[in-house]
Every structure is written in C-alpha cells, then in structure tokens.
Design a protein around this ligand. Structure first.
Ligand SMILES: [Zn+2]
Length: 403
C-alpha cells in the first residue's frame, strides 16, 4: 500500500494530489489491464480542489460542463488518451479537451479497468443498481500471495526490527500499515565454537527473554523484508519462521453475480433494468424467452463478451452486459437448445451501465473528503455530470421485410 498524501482539512480544500492519491488507493493503477491508460492526464498535484466532477467519458461537452461549474478536478472512467499520441494540439477533439482543461485549471484523472473489478467498483455498482444481493465476482481475481513472518527478537531491539520489516513492506493490511502482533517468552540457545554471539558465551546454554514479532508481507516483498530483518536484528543468526499463507477467495474480480429480491420473468426484469439505468437514446436488447423465470443474475459493466463462457456455467438465469456482437450471442444462445440452463442475455447501453458507478463514487468521495463536516472540515463538492455521453442519438426497431 503506497503512502498517501495527507488529506489535510483546509479552507482551500485538499490538494489535487491528495484526491488522486485517495482514488489510487481505492482503485490501484496496478489493477488496470495491461492495455489500459489510467491515472492523471493533466493537473497540478499541489493545486487545491474544491469541486470534483465525475463522468463516464472525457468528451468535449463534459469538459465544458467542468469549466462552467468551476471544477478543479474531473474524474472519468474512460481514458482520454488510450493510445499513444505525439501531441495534444487543440486541432483534434482530444487535444481540445486537454487545452480547455489545462487553461481552466481543471485536472483530469482516469479510473478505468482498475475500477471495474474491486468492491465499490463499476460492476458492483451496476449489480446494486439492478437490485442484486449476495454478490460475488463472476471471475474472482486471485488474492495477492502473502507470507507470514514470525521473528524472535530481544525486547530492546523490538522497535528497531519492527521498524525495519514494516519499512520494507511488511505489516500492510488493507487500509492499515505497521500491523504486527507481539508476545513475549523465553528463548534459549548455546553458541558453538566459532560463533560470535551478541548475547551469552561460547559453550554456555543461554536463556533470555525474547519477543515474538508476527506480521504479514506480500510475497514479492520477501527478499526486501528478509534483508531488512537481517540488517536490523542484533543476533548473528536471527531465528525466524517464514510461512506461505493459503489463498483465500478475493472480493475483487470481473463482473458480479447476485440474486434478485424476488424472482421475475425475463420480460419484467428487462423492464426493471430499463428503469434502473439512465435514459439514453439507445435501447435494451435481449435474447431469451420473456416468460423465463429470472432470479440469479450476472452483470458486467462495459463490453462483457469475454465472460460469456464463464457465465454459461455459473448457474445464473440471465447475463446483463454491453456491446455484445452478433456471433458471440448467436453461438451462446444456440446452446440453449442443448442446455436449457443456458442464461438469457441482455445487452444495455455501455455508458448507461457504467454510469451507475458515478453516484456511488460521489458518495464515497464526499464522505472521505468532507470528513465529519466540523468547522475545520473541507468543503469539497462532488457532482455527477449531467451530460449523457452515449454516442448514439436514436433507435428504431426493424420493421422491414422478413420471415
Ligand atoms: Zn466502459
């Protein structure tokens, strides 16, 4: 867990760096897919932040809204510059957005695929918006491999060893650091010929009080933590145990599976989906019997065809996602003939599905940035953009010739 800049209550508001650091702690950039481009696009980390605007897409209309409102920071889901560019001249739409934001003193920060999979992320927000409970990821991410370190230390060296190992990356658990447990007991040892003991003498059995210091560490920090331990420990041969912890299910992962409060027909569920998502010019499409019973639902914010195979065997009644193409859906529903348990499919507008994250992020940011609303608390305003950035502007059902 990186050190976060302090979010200091101040009249001018927290710094932009403090706010983006907070976002990065919730949605670490390391969780983003390798193709992605997340993080701060523009903005001065030392600039104060009083107004934060949240949107799905960093398009021109959203940038104009940010400027008109006087936002100091615009947080978006989709990257402005996903592919490499050689410049941001204002002659292109993306360059124009960069110019306008920089000129207006508005920072731009992207939380994309790093915000898709974690708790309080995009897919969880979509599932909550559709009324799903008992949520779990469709495809859980493996938990970070962890070790447990147990080291025996003379009491007078406890602080030094604890500082060393936690400084090298041990003892971080969720939003906490320097997590350790200490118990005391009696250690015994006998230095052999050739040893240079810090305590005791060669050939004599020594008994002395020792502290048992326990902590955890990410497995990839193992070399650094052991090096720090050996450097700080006063003993010639520090006694320690290093144990690999068993993997436990992660709450993070692509998509979510959840349950409706009461079963519905597919048709009624589709109507519920339509009323739960923001109104855009696009339409919901579905593949399945409208009278089919629906209770367990899988969802994935954004383009979710990569989860079709996993959803097929997940025991759900319907899969809700976006941007589904003809062939994957055609092949998916073909299986319904051979296996009636094959889920129905609902395709919803990409922007509308991912928009469900914004109000939840606004609440989370507001709570974190305004603290207890005491006299010294900051007065940061967080607002969800009113611009609907679905690129489609209309739809008509086909009514021409056909079978
Ligand atoms: Zn998306």
């Amino acid at each position: 867990m990186p050190d976060l800049p302090a979010i200091t209550p101040a009249v001018d508001g927290p710094s932009l760096g403090a706010v983006t650091g907070l976002l990065d702690s919730w949605y670490p950039p390391g969780w983003a897919d390798s193709f992605d481009a997340v993080g701060t696009v523009c903005g001065d980390p030392s600039a104060p932040v009083r107004r934060v605007l949240l949107a799905v897409d960093p398009v021109r209309a959203v940038a104009e809204e940010a400027l008109e409102w006087g936002a100091d920071l615009l947080v978006v889901h989709h990257p402005l510059l996903l592919r490499a560019v050689h410049g941001v001249a204002a002659t292109t739409p993306k360059g124009r957005v960069v110019h306008d934001l920089v000129r207006g003193g508005v920072g731009l920060h992207v939380c994309h695929t790093n915000a898709d999979s974690p708790p309080s992320g995009v897919s969880e927000s979509l599932a909550l918006a559709l009324g799903l409970t008992d949520q779990r990821p469709i495809a859980p991410e493996p938990v970070e491999a962890m070790d447990k370190l147990v080291v025996f230390v003379p009491p007078e060296s406890l602080d030094a060893v604890s500082d060393a190992v936690t400084g090298a990356g041990a003892g971080a658990v969720g939003g906490y650091d320097r997590c350790t447990f200490v118990s005391t007991g009696i250690g015994s040892f006998r230095p052999l010929s050739g040893a240079a003991p810090a305590v005791g003498a060669v050939g004599r059995l020594e008994r002395s009080p020792e502290a048992r210091l326990e902590t955890v560490l990410p497995r990839d920090r193992r070399p650094a933590v052991l090096e720090a331990l050996r450097a700080a420990h006063p003993y010639e041969q520090p006694a320690f145990d290093l144990l690999e912890l068993a993997a436990v299910p992660s709450a993070r992962g692509h998509g979510r599976i959840g349950r409706l409060a009461r079963p519905l027909t597919l048709g009624d569920f589709a109507r519920q989906v339509v009323s739960a998502l923001p109104s855009t010019a696009s339409a919901l499409r579905m593949a399945g019997d409208p009278l089919r019973r629906v209770e367990w639902v899988a969802v994935c914010g954004g383009a979710g065809d990569f989860l079709l195979e996993q959803v097929r065997g997940a025991g759900v009644d319907v899969y809700v996602t976006s941007d589904l193409r003809h062939h994957p859906v055609s092949e998916f529903v073909e299986h319904a003939g051979a296996d009636p348990a094959t889920p129905a499919v609902i395709d919803v507008p990409h922007m509308a599905a991912e928009w469900t994250w914004l109000p939840r992020l606004a609440d989370r940011l507001t709570t974190a940035l305004t603290g207890d609303r005491s006299a010294t608390a900051t007065t940061v305003e967080v607002r969800v953009s009113t611009v609907l950035t679905d690129p489609w502007t209309g739809h008509l059902a086909m009514s021409g010739p056909g079978a």
